[in-house]
Write a protein that binds this ligand. Structure first.
Ligand SMILES: Cc1ncc(COP(=O)(O)O)c(C=O)c1O
Length: 377
């Protein structure tokens, strides 16, 4: 039996999603942009899915755009704002714990003369809102912040940040919601942001599917030019099975979120308590009271988590060290939180999903026991 504890990297597709994806791969495979009846069927499926997604997130239909992943949505949003301001230039504010999809995108844009300012976080990975406030002035064209941190699970004070930004500037606000959709009840009708990105594979939807929310009236430049699909913001034949599957997945996780959370929270507590018993120097990194319930970041101080991960992987238990998406480099998130090298070297991220079974946690704890004994001897 394997224990898959890497759900912040990606999740298993839900059976309900797979059925729908299959249907639109094998039966209704028409191009949604073809004017004949078979194409219309696909077009209708896309619009039905858009309506579902918009309803769950409390947006208007025309504010939802389908893309290929969160990274693409983030690129469309950030580049779109920046290219709109190419002549004027200005300042972009992000946090120091953003995902590479944001960090590398803004870094690549600094050559156009834009200044990038990073906001620090505290030891819980929470944004320093005073620093944010101090950096807000008329030069700021964009603030891009994450909703939930992918490495440690911290839920960021987005509402408060948005209030401060709106009071002080006319900057557009983009939120990277790759780790919040499916884990928190997100109401984009109430959250006063301009752009919001996420991908479906983080909540049991298909891989290769992203969503971008762009508030009505917000104008950004487009760089994906071509046939003009997705209302001229993103050209390219739409991934109909993926889009349909995204809506089914979102519906599923949104409707069962509270029950799923209770189960995941109990399993996370069991995992944490079990690990504490196995390792005296275990250091808890995730701020439990201020985090999504599926994520547990801890450090086996004094150990090399990479070696532990490889050993556990051979035993069929899968998780990440530091950030899964940024390979083996030392986590910039844990550094920004103020942790020393020894803590970072021993850090692992265990992330659960609605499909994580209690058996998997028992199994993982048993294998941790074995691996830790091997490493101690
Ligand atoms: C916070 C955050 N943003 C963006 C991404 C990029 O998502 P994708 O790889 O689906 O484009 C991830 C993926 O781990 C993430 O965790």
């Amino acid at each position: 039996m394997v224990a898959y504890l890497d759900n912040n990297s990606t999740t298993r597709m839900a059976d309900e999603v797979f059925q729908e994806v299959r249907k639109y791969q094998l039966e209704f495979y028409g191009n949604p942009n073809s004017p004949h009846g078979f194409g219309m069927k696909s077009w209708e499926a896309i619009e039905k899915a858009r309506t579902k997604v918009a309803k769950i997130l409390n947006t208007k239909n025309d504010e939802i755009f389908f893309t290929s992943c969160a990274t693409e949505s983030i690129n469309i949003a950030i580049r779109g704002v920046v290219f709109r301001n190419l002549e004027k230039g200005g300042k972009i504010i992000i946090s120091n714990v953003e995902h590479k999809a944001v960090l590398e995108t803004v870094r690549s844009l600094s050559k156009f003369g834009f200044t990038v300012v990073g906001i620090p976080v505290d030891e819980r990975c929470v944004f320093d809102l005073n620093a944010l406030e101090k950096n807000l002035d008329d030069d700021v064209i964009l603030v891009s912040l994450m909703h939930v941190n992918n490495e440690v699970g911290t839920v960021e004070p987005i509402e408060e940040a948005v209030r401060i930004i709106r009071e002080r500037t006319k900057a557009l606000i983009h939120i990277d919601g790759a780790q919040s959709i499916g884990k928190l009840h997100v109401d984009l009708g109430k959250l006063d942001v301009d752009l919001f990105s996420f991908s479906a594979h983080k909540f049991h939807g298909p891989k290769g599917m992203g969503v971008l929310f762009k508030r009505r009236g917000v104008v950004i430049e487009t760089f994906m030019t071509g046939g003009g699909q997705e209302k001229n913001l993103r050209s390219g034949t739409q991934n109909v099975p993926g889009i349909v599957g995204t809506a089914v997945a979102l519906e599923l996780v949104a409707s069962q979120m509270d029950e799923d959370h209770e189960r995941m929270e109990n399993l996370r507590t069991k995992l944490l308590n079990g690990l504490k018993e196995l390792y005296d120097d275990l250091l808890l990194i995730t701020p439990i009271e201020n985090s999504v319930v599926n994520t547990l970041s801890v450090s086996f101080k004094g150990l090399n988590a990479g070696i532990l991960m490889n050993l556990m992987s051979e035993m069929g238990v899968f998780f990440s060290t530091g950030s899964a998406c940024s390979g083996r480099k030392k986590s910039h998130v844990l550094k920004a939180m103020g942790f020393d090298d020894e803590t970072i070297l021993g850090s692992v991220r265990l992330s659960l999903s609605r499909y994580t079974a209690e058996d998997e946690i028992d199994n993982a704890l048993d294998r941790f026991n074995r691996a830790l004994n091997l490493l101690r001897n």
